[in-house]
Ligand binder design. Sequence first.
Ligand SMILES: *Cc1c(COP(=O)(O)O)cnc(C)c1O
Length: 431
Amino acid sequence: MKPNWTKSGQLFQEAEAYIPGGVNSPVRAFRAVGGTPLFIRSGKGSKIVDADGNEYIDYVCSWGPLILGHAHPQVVCAIAEAAKQGTSFGAPTERETELARLICEAVESVDQVRLVNSGTEATMSAIRLARGVTGRDRIIKFNGCYHGHVDSLLVKAGSGATTLGIPDSPGVTRGTSSDTVGLEYNNLDAVEQVFRREGDRIAAVIVEPVAGNMGVVPPGPGFLERLRELTRESGALLIFDEVITGFRLAYGGAQARYGIQPDITTLGKIIGGGLPVGAYGGGRHIMQAIAPTGQVYQAGTLSGNPLAVSAGLATLRTLKENGVYERLEQMGAVLEEGLRAAAREAGVPTYHSRVGSMLCTFFTDQRVMDYHTALTASVKKYRQFFHGMLQRGVYLPPSQFETFFISLAHTDEDIAQTLSAARETLKTLAG
Ligand SMILES: *Cc1c(COP(=O)(O)O)cnc(C)c1O
């Protein structure tokens, strides 16, 4: 019953000769689940096809951006139309203002926004801006939250860093990471303590409002609210890293869902519709501190790229339609309940967490609420689950510490098929 993966194996060998580890981003390498990665030939809607012609229902969705599914007709059309008119100018274009306007209208705390090329660039620039505006150095981040591969944020950074067991990367200087204070997610006592001790030195608290890079970990009651209060009282800025959650958990992002307004918001993934885009935005007075109006320098040759902006515009316009987030919520609930029931039936201890269309099955009997409890999950069990699902035509993220993403292209039949594969696979995991 094992699919034929010959061609993928060959392509991976060739890639390893010329690309470190054969991949351009470490989580793609399957190291956390064993085996060799599948090479993907094409995608359409909820499905992807590998180099050997096998088809899968895809829950990676390019790690979050593809909320409309693969090769959505309007997105493809927007990119093609834009390409015909030239791919880059290094001069302003009307579309950039249109995307910025849509973002400002959607995200309540954002009056102005600067477009960049990736989520990493967005968080890196947001940190620089926060330090520039406050004149302070210290940053608080939470263990297991990933904010891109920014030097100062590669401290217990979740995602690939967790998967590969590199909490602190070589090459990050002690000086750089010494201004980063790493605390446990959802632990307010620790945050209060740091603010009491050195509140006047803290430039910003950066947080994923729903953590999505250590599996899915939602904020506990009052967590985000208290972060808002503490930062406001001490003159520090609150940065919501909404690179995953922006336009996914609601049209206005996690901040709309939880009713909290950060000072700076970082975006990425969905706003590029599958092309490379990032953005950071906030109140007008803060954003005016960026060059050329202000002194905080940040630039980009391809920033606001016409193709990427067009793909983002097509995506956001589609997401504005009625019923979109209700549909994602409904599919998420069915998948979550089905997975939980299947695990219970098979007698496999699991903990399921979900917010909207972000979902994770942790193979642990503990309640997961921070990095520490996330790490109680059995990587070995996940590995078996992952491969069992892959053989049955379901492509899950190749690591226990990642999020399953549902797109609007997923159908009720896809979910039913996934649950049937899960029931079979979980039975083989029992004992
Ligand atoms: C993916 C991600 C980033 C980094 O975005 P890239 O486009 O990969 O650089 C930053 N923050 C969060 C929360 C992310 O999930």
